[in-house]
Design a binder for this molecule. Sequence first.
Ligand code: ARG
Length: 271
Amino acid sequence: MDATSQRLLMCRPTYFAVGYAINPWMDPSAPVNTALAVRQWEQLRQTYLDLGHTVEEITPVPGLPDMVFAANGGTVIDGKAMAVQFRDPQRADEAPAYRAWFEAAGFEMYDPKHVNEGEGDVLLAGDHLLAGTGFRTAHAAHAQLQEVFGYPVITMQLVDPRFYHLDTALTVLDERTVAYLPEAFSPGSQAVLRRLFPDAVHATMADAEVLGLNAVSDGRHVVLPAQATDLAAKLRDRGYETIGVDLSELRKAGGGPKCCTLRLRQGKASK
Ligand code: ARG
């Protein structure tokens, strides 16, 4: 399996906290260790550098504790960047911060017309865009994504509030393969996934409950939460190299490695 070197955007969790609850993982009364979150995040960043990826950083903004979840900052494919619109007011101000970064970096900008939480809900799998809805990204946003990026968009209906973003329920492993938790999807979406990806890896609830599916693959190496041991074993059986990282502090906000990572896809060649 060939690894692709990736250009990634990350945001240091300098102001990370859990002061509000917008998903079932978040408990504002539970203690959070921000310094530990930063160290865990630095290890994730170093893991990407060791794999030969390029990591760019957006400056964190005080008062935006979830800004560390860069996957929600946009969708960037073929040099086009679509900005986001958050469902929850607590995250609204992250959208212009990320938008300004994309613009300064020279991407062709598109603005969302509906709630759209970026790569949290929009995953490029080969020549299809898989787009989640049910909790965050509005179904209406899917049509705009198809129009802007020109990839067929496949709607994925999410049904379990713990797996509120598509990237908590499904991982793209390479152009042909995904791993996912079937129960996180409606019966119709499960049927679509079976049709599109007959060889997919099925994760267990135990893997999903440690956010094991919130993983980042370069086609060969899969960076995933260290606690997702069953999933890691299945991936190794399929020939992937797995790298476990511990993001226990960020999980208190409902985020894992993929949430912290936005893929910047420059042009067709580096898709
Ligand atoms: N606390 C954040 C929220 O609920 C976590 C976002 C995780 N990001 C992701 N791509 N799944 O919005």
